[in-house]
Ligand binder design. Structure first.
Ligand code: ADP
Ligand code: MG
Length: 263
């Protein structure tokens, strides 16, 4: 099956351009500890603009911690993280600058339950960015249309399916006009029939040239859009390769074991 899907996936990926010179994210010699626990070890990762990276690995391997470090939801203790030319240090101004560029979508949607869908999408643009309400609402409707649920604008999150809520969460991120999108297992809390509709939105974003880092075990998605799959175990990147090679010819025993469990 791998060889059958390869040509189509290759053709699709080649339509999505990656910058050869512009770096979106560069992580070098990065370590992180949670108190005494050495959770990330010597992480080195360079992501070019327009690149789409999938991160896979067993539970507890540090995937969430790594992407949370990229927008400073977690702090690293050693090495450097540079996002769109801005180094992440304790300087709060720089952290704010980076967070403007980086959108994040979580496993559990994190929508405000007491606000309508439209209010969820316009809250930050209005109150953080100072965008006039009418303009923020226009942008929100544009992105709700893009994720194919404009008719849900007046409802509350609890009235939507999980797949719809996750598409709202993606639209909410897009309203802030990010240059980079981080996804942390965006489909793993969804029922199988809803996974596809969320992945379709992510594929659409990829085709539009968004720089993306996605923690996911959706290997069909990885094959279709990823330039690189990164495999983490015990806080380290132990292997990375373009998708077909990663799946058909994994190098490390731990990667082989992992793939045998999920495929
Ligand atoms: P993954 O996303 O790959 O499942 P995580 O990054 O969530 O892995 O977690 C990596 C390791 O760090 C796990 O052992 C987890 O228990 C631990 N960990 C995660 N968050 C914290 C925290 N806030 N404090 C202490 N340990 C944590
Ligand atoms: Mg995680």
């Amino acid at each position: 099956p791998a060889s059958q899907t390869a040509p189509a996936a290759d053709a699709q990926r080649s339509r999505m351009s990656v910058s050869k010179s512009e770096v979106a994210i560069e992580i070098a010699g990065m370590h992180k500890w949670y108190a005494d626990f050495h959770v990330l070890r010597d992480i080195n990762l360079k992501v070019m603009k327009g690149e789409r990276i999938v991160i896979a690995g067993p539970s507890g391997s540090g995937k969430s911690t790594l992407i949370r470090c990229i927008n400073r939801l977690e702090e690293h203790q050693k090495g450097t993280i540079v996002v769109d030319g801005i180094e992440l240090t304790s300087d709060i101004k720089r952290i704010d600058e980076v967070r403007r560029e980086v959108g994040m979508v979580f496993q559990h949607f994190n929508l405000f339950p007491h606000l309508t869908i439209l209010q969820n999408l316009t809250l930050a643009p209005i109150w953080v960015r100072g965008i006039p309400k009418a303009e923020a609402e226009e942008t929100a409707m544009k992105y709700l249309t893009r994720v194919k649920i404009p008719e849900q604008a007046a409802k509350f999150p609890g009235q939507l399916s999980g797949g719809q809520q996750q598409r709202v969460a993606i639209a909410r991120s897009l309203c802030m006009n990010p240059k980079i999108m981080l996804f942390d297992e965006p489909t793993s809390a969804l029922d199988p029939e809803m996974i596809k509709e969320v992945l379709e939105v992510m594929v659409d974003l990829a085709e539009d040239g968004m720089t993306m880092i996605c923690v996911t075990h959706e290997m069909g998605f990885a094959r279709q859009v990823a330039n690189r799959v990164i495999f983490m175990d015990q806080g380290q990147i132990i292997e990375q390769n373009e998708p077909e090679a990663f799946f058909s010819n994994p190098q490390h025993e731990r990667t082989k074991l992992f793939l045998s469990q999920i495929l």
